[in-house]
Design a protein around this ligand. Structure first.
Ligand code: F0G
Length: 458
């Protein structure tokens, strides 16, 4: 008999989580103005809001905390992180930042000016936010297959090269400061980008003389999918695949809260010393001196260790098999999802789950509320509320995909928790026709409204 899958770690410390009653949850979600970001964590039983900063560090990472050097300048922790970034990712220059969006802020302060165009594959919301905040425009060139949750495609994160070339030939090149490749493509469902696509985008970028920046939050998961799915990579190590991936980038931004498995941290990697120097000026203003940039020494140590562990096959295999486990359980209930399953999360296709709720009533948010009420499970809306309004017309943008995301923290929950979540959502799916109406917005912020939006149930 073939041995079943088992995680390649055991548990050394545990944290208690709390169950609640349906009546309590009714009350709490009402007080939270039907915005799941407003819930207190103890009001949540299984928290799948995000996989960002919510993972469990290893014993080796915790040991590294004790070795942190908190010197303001020239700390050994900085050099440890520098070595890890150079050895594992291949970037000789780097700037630490407190998280991923801070890396975007620092880098884009050099590169992005009013009226510019930034093509890429489904820019993450903070990335788009930093571009639009500077009165520039993000153009999504993701392949069409990404927007059809039924269509089987191994690399739904890919850029459509024709769409990209059209952008590169439609605007003056000095208006295009970079192409952004998000690996994995979070907004399209945690979908990977193939090595071939990264290589071809790089070739196009050389043809037109535009730099390529990788938004690398889940680069290691991307490498795992390349190993599993792309011809010629099955026998290569994750670290070798990662090296080749980054050989096609000029710079990278990183939210270390994902694949470097730390609770806080980020950085920018550069191959070009001149760009690094220009960015250092903004790094110092926004984040801190170049050798700590918003991070404490102990956290830089844990990050360096996390980069090493996070690019080990067994770590990734445990993680991505757990995501697939949740997906397969949900499939048994007939829940419609983005397939193939992504790396960090299961994305539920709400247009197919609640087809009778009109888009103006925010069906994905409606479903996230129902799932919370059912079982105290917190998911996140990746739909029209997150997509926000057009910066010019201020009209709601209704994206092609209306999803809820069940993001799985690394090394945190067991498969029993996954089973619990699957049954909870399965129950909601069974009573989906009793959900008659959605929600209405009462109050919203001018930008990035999803964090603070206040809602009312219709
Ligand atoms: N890029 C991607 C692809 C991301 O998923 C995120 C964060 C960021 C950049 C920004 O990084 O949070 O460290 O500032 N994603 C989180 C999520 C918030 O839940 O997907 P950050």
């Amino acid at each position: 008999m073939q041995l079943p899958f088992a995680e390649s770690f055991k548990i050394k410390m545990v944290e208690t989580i709390q169950k609640s009653t349906c009546q309590e949850r009714e009350q709490w979600i009402k007080e939270a103005k039907y915005n799941l970001f407003n819930l207190k964590s103890e009001q949540v039983f299984v928290d799948l809001l995000t996989d960002s900063g919510t993972g469990a560090m290893s014993d080796k990472q915790w040991s590294e905390l004790m070795l942190g050097d908190e010197s303001y300048a020239g700390a050994s922790s900085y050099y440890k992180m520098k070595k890890a970034i150079n050895d594992i990712l291949g970037f000789p220059y780097f700037l630490p930042t407190h998280q991923g969006r801070a890396a975007e802020n620092v880098l884009f302060s050099v590169l992005v000016k009013e009226g510019m165009i930034v093509p890429g594959n489904s820019h993450f919301d903070t990335t788009k936010g930093h571009i639009e905040f500077r009165k520039a425009k993000a153009i999504d060139c993701t392949i069409d297959a990404a927007f059809d949750t039924n269509q089987r495609h191994d690399f739904k994160g890919n850029v459509d090269l024709e769409k990209l070339e059209k952008v590169l030939t439609s605007y003056p090149l000095e208006k295009i400061p970079m192409i952004i490749m998000t690996i994995t493509n979070n907004s399209a469902g945690g979908q990977p980008v193939s090595m071939q696509n990264l290589r071809e985008v790089h070739e196009l970028s050389r043809k037109y003389g535009v730099r390529v920046v990788f938004d690398s939050a889940r680069f290691a998961e991307n490498a795992y999918f390349i190993k599993q799915r792309e011809a010629g990579y099955a026998d290569k190590s994750i670290k070798a695949i990662v090296k080749e991936m980054f050989s096609y980038a000029d710079a990278m931004t990183m939210s270390s809260k994902k694949d470097a498995i730390v609770n806080m941290g980020g950085f920018i990697g550069f191959k070009d010393e001149d760009l690094f120097k220009q960015a250092s000026v903004f790094g110092i203003i926004f984040e801190g001196f170049v050798t700590y940039g918003g991070m404490s020494g102990r956290d830089m140590n844990a990050l360096a260790q996390g980069l090493d562990e996070g690019t080990e096959f067994d770590t990734l295999d445990s993680r991505i098999q757990q995501t697939a486990y949740l997906g397969n359980q949900l499939k048994k209930f007939g829940v419609p999802m983005q397939e193939p399953f992504g790396g960090h999360a299961i994305f539920v296709d709400v247009k197919r789950f609640l087809p009778h709720i009109p888009k103006e009533e925010f069906p994905a948010q409606t479903l996230a509320i129902e799932l919370y009420l059912e079982a105290g499970v917190r998911a996140v809306e990746i739909g029209a509320i997150l997509a926000d309004r057009d910066p010019v017309t201020r009209e709601n943008r209704y994206p092609d995909l209306e999803l809820i995301r069940l993001a799985i923290p690394r090394r945190t929950y067991t498969n029993n928790h996954m089973e619990y979540v699957a049954v909870a959502l399965g129950n909601v799916f069974e009573r989906r026709n009793e959900i008659k109406r959605g929600v209405k917005i009462l109050k919203e912020a001018p930008i990035m409204r999803h964090f603070t939006v206040e809602l009312e149930r219709l």
